[in-house]
Design a binder for this molecule. Sequence first.
Ligand code: SF4
Length: 348
Amino acid sequence: MEPTDIKSQSLEELKKTVEALGEKPFRAKQLYEWMHVKLAKSFEEMTNLSMTFRGKLKESCILTTLTALDVQTSKIDGTQKYLFALHDGNVVESVLMRYKHGNSVCISSQVGCKMGCRFCASTIGGWTRNLTPAEMLEQVYRIQETSGERVSNVVVMGTGEPLDNYDTLLRFIHMISDENGLHISQRNITVSTCGLVPKMEALADEKLQITLALSLHASSQEKREALMPIAKKYTITQVLNACRNYYEKTGRRITFEYALVGGENDSQEDARRLAQLLKGLNCHVNLIPVNPIKERSYVRSDKKVIGNFQNKLEKYQINVTIRREMGRDIDGACGQLRKSYIDKKEDS
Ligand code: SF4
């Protein structure tokens, strides 16, 4: 029989597991606390559980724990990039960003990605597998434990398309915001998607309080298709309608991510079209100067061009900010630390 992945279980499910092992249900609460509040890495640490119980847990359950293979710290702003090893030899990347309002952790949801966005390093080797809820939680837990600082915000924007691992994502959101766990407010959780429309609609029906961030990156269907293959499946109109629906059902303002690629999507005409597309939608636009990756020929937009783009949007009363770049000196863009690690391993 497959060992039970207890760190992915809700408290209710854990009660059943504990009972099946012949223990009283209240033990589940203690076990849950060890895993999700005290962030224990082994059963040995769980000293208020009997030796017999711990023995049974060891025999029939796994306690998913990620190990940091590498931690890089930015000399510019203290941002830290973590490369975590999974039990099957795969690796994932997570980032800790320190802001005045608190610590934010950006986590991965899959090993690799199927979506093929042209400017992204995470998709170059394709998709390997989905992460489990425990593997998503662990990225936050290990960073909180290693840094010794409380994580107040979580962004699911690392490697992978979170809505392509939908059930796991939902479980992750419920568990990380659970008052019996780290209890991070749903309002401090952001999930980024490249625009999987049916899943966006399903998510709206969940009526969560999380922020949905849509990777838009273009102001027309044609340009979006050139940057993001998924745009061929779900048109820009469908994606924006799904955003409107999300706002109507949850009351949560939508964030639009717009990676500025020099000469591709950064003209004044692009800005005007973008403003037109977003008219009347309660939203915020995040402009991201794209990080060049060596496998692609994309270049970063000029500083002046970025400023002009922002000004144009503001003229149309669109809320817009240029995303502050964090940790540029440490394998900049998302997925690059993992990719450098895999490349090095293949070379050796
Ligand atoms: S940007 Fe996100 S969805 Fe697109 S390929 Fe990269 S990880 Fe996947």
